[in-house]
Design a protein around this ligand. Structure first.
Ligand code: TLP
Length: 354
């Protein structure tokens, strides 16, 4: 059996999800007539403490719809240099929305650099500069290794933005992981942001779907953008049914994924060729680099060779560039799979002869 640690996106729907999908009551959601989608949207709005919610096919579409709804053509969007929105969504704000992206540094805990953020927000009176419409955050932070931003840090960023009349969107693809790790409900984490996107299809194990939440007026705009992007779906209640199970049954168990990720991190820290700080692993994701006996960090190509060897020993992981390897724990993996993965990785390291 392959132990797939590439992402939590590889999770399969649970038996309860398949049952709910089979039985889902359906309608045409482009007319807002799918009762299962409507129920999911109501539940999502309630859990996040926002007025309204919109079911979208993917996390990327949720973020893109948020950015295009907050920022008009020629209005700029501030993003972290390590953010998913900036690095992995095709530059949608600029490509589709006509919004320049201003990039600010991200600290290793996933926090935006506050001085650079303040400096990046455009002074509205200067006609040389595109006015700022939006600041985007990410929680948990993917490229920082699943780090969490607590309520106070989110509020600090939101205060800076709101004081200048700028909205805040949180890419919370894994916000429930943040919530479980911090022991803080999602509505608290979402309190100071204007919109939040979260994924049903990652750690929560639904097959497809994400949710965008915000004010009624914002969701009204986002609904139009979703149609523009080709994301108006019809009897998509079959998917929303799995999403309802995800929210009702799959949130608390994320703690197990976090435990497993810690177990993996401490195991990896015992291998001399692996550089990792297990104390920094707080959710379901970890990052590490490899080095040889001279303490030289392995290149991206060498990390690729290691991944190929690990695969031969039954363990799948991914790289994030610059020789950085990522492993993600999720539903379907138990403690014994983590032990087996550590074993496979040990064999791959031996064969690398570092
Ligand atoms: N992340 C994927 C890859 O695209 C990297 C993964 O395997 O982690 N925001 C964040 C923070 C994400 O990590 C992702 C997906 C998305 C948005 C986009 O979600 P989808 O894949 O549903 O478009």
């Amino acid at each position: 059996m392959l132990i797939d640690l590439r992402s939590d996106t590889v999770t399969q729907p649970t038996p309860a999800m398949r049952e709910a999908m089979y039985r889902a009551e359906l309608g045409d959601d482009v007319y807002s007539e799918d009762p299962t989608i409507n129920r999911l949207q109501e539940l999502a709005a309630e859990i996040t403490g926002k007025e309204a919610a919109l079911f979208v096919p993917s996390g990327s579409m949720g973020n893109i719809a948020a950015v295009l709804s907050h920022a008009g053509r020629g209005q700029s969007v501030i993003v972290g240099d390590q953010s998913h929105i900036y690095r992995y969504e095709g530059g949608a704000a600029s490509t589709l929305g006509g919004s320049p992206m201003y990039v600010v540094p991200t600290h290793s805990d996933g926090m935006l650099d506050l001085d650079r953020l303040r400096a990046a927000i455009a002074d509205d009176s200067d006609e040389h500069i595109a006015p700022t419409a939006l600041v985007c955050l990410e929680n948990t932070h993917n490229r920082c290794g699943g780090t969490v931003l607590p309520t106070e840090q989110i509020a600090t960023i939101a205060d800076i933005a709101h004081a200048q009349g700028v909205a805040v969107h949180m890419d919370g693809a894994r916000i429930f992981n943040a919530s479980i790790a911090l022991g803080v409900p999602v509505n608290e984490l979402a309190h100071s942001v204007d919109s939040l996107m979260f994924c049903l299809s990652k750690g929560l194990s639904a097959p497809v779907g994400s949710i965008l939440v915000g004010s009624k007026a914002f969701i009204h705009k986002a609904h139009r953008v979703r149609k523009l992007l080709g994301g108006g779906m019809r009897q998509a209640g079959v998917l929303a049914a799995a999403g309802l199970v995800a929210l009702e049954q799959m949130v608390e168990r994320l703690a197990e994924d976090h435990e497993h990720c810690k177990q993996l991190a401490y195991g990896l820290a015992d291998y001399p060729q692996i550089a990792i700080d297990p104390e920094r692993v707080v959710t379901n994701m970890l990052l590490f680099t490899l080095h040889d006996s001279q303490q030289r960090t392995l290149s991206e190509a060498e990390a690729g060779q290691f991944l190929a060897k690990a695969r031969e020993h039954g363990v799948l992981m991914g790289t994030m560039g610059d020789g950085l390897v990522r492993a993600v724990t999720h539903y379907g993996l138990e403690a014994e799979h983590i032990s087996a993965a550590l074993n496979g990785i040990r064999k791959a390291l031996i064969e690398m002869q570092l």
